[in-house]
Design a protein around this ligand. Structure first.
Ligand SMILES: [Zn+2]
Length: 255
């Protein structure tokens, strides 16, 4: 089957493996779970044409699909945290959204902001992408509730973090402050926790989101192979959970 990159939209592309640096550094620091992440294709990590990672190709597939079905529409306000270069370029190329980028530190984004204290009004965005940010954030509950707050009641988001397949509960240790301790416990020098699958879902659900999980059973084995995804990959799509004292108009919720 021919490979396909949904980010640069080229067929027959080659996917390069994750650079050895990560494996070597993880091993050197004694991280026990290298290669046991839910969504990472070690052998087919980056598109050699545009550089997009496996997860970016998954997000781009979903974006294409949502645009086709009309769920994502022209003129919608979109906020992209810690924007991945190839994916961000693709979204700009589409030219259909009111698209803004944000990050705590990264230069060149539209807004340098703290995700635990987002300086936007409630329901400011119809769609957001926030991938591989929460594992760096001290208070992820606060960050997720902020994301839910700025999401429009009919809006949605791609909300992803690295998830470890080996553990059943999310693991945190605030005493691990050195880079080598963080490598050893969490698998990267600047991560502050290691999510379990259920622990991650709970964090999203407890802070204002309903979670849709799209894995190989829904997306299909063939497409997974074509995009170079690992079979355990799961795309998390979040929508805002209606408040208990629901005053929203149900008729408009899915428009
Ligand atoms: Zn590509």
């Amino acid at each position: 089957m021919q490979t396909y990159c949904t980010v640069c939209e080229r067929s027959g592309v080659k996917f390069a493996p994750l650079p050895d640096f990560y494996r070597h550094t993880a091993m050197r620091h004694g991280f026990r779970h290298f290669g046991r992440a839910e969504t990472i294709a070690l052998d087919s990590y980056s598109c050699s044409s545009c550089g997009a990672s496996d997860r970016e190709r998954l997000y781009a597939w979903w974006l294409n699909d949502q645009i086709k079905t009309g769920r994502l529409r022209k003129g919608q306000r979109v906020l992209h945290f810690a924007p991945e270069g190839p994916l961000s370029k693709k979204i700009r190329r589409l030219g259909m959204f009111d698209y803004k980028t944000a990050d705590f530190m990264m230069p060149g984004v539209d807004f340098n902001i703290d995700i635990m204290d987002i300086p936007f009004e409630d329901e400011s965005f119809e769609f957001f992408i926030c991938s591989h940010v929460l594992e760096h954030v001290v208070d992820d509950n606060l960050a997720v509730s902020e994301l839910a707050r700025i999401t429009h009641r009919n809006g949605c988001g791609i909300l992803m973090a690295p998830i470890c397949l080996d553990i059943s509960e999310t693991f945190e240790d605030s005493s691990a402050t050195s880079e080598s301790e963080r490598w050893r416990l969490f698998g990267q020098n600047d991560h502050v926790r290691l999510y379990s699958h259920q622990g991650y879902v709970n964090t999203l659900e407890c802070n204002g989101f309903s979670v849709q999980q799209l894995g190989v059973d829904i997306i299909g084995r063939e497409l997974f192979v074509q995009l170079g995804l690992s079979q355990t990959s799961i795309l998390y799509i979040v929508t805002k959970t209606p408040p208990l004292n629901n005053t929203w108009n149900p008729a408009s919720r899915h428009t």
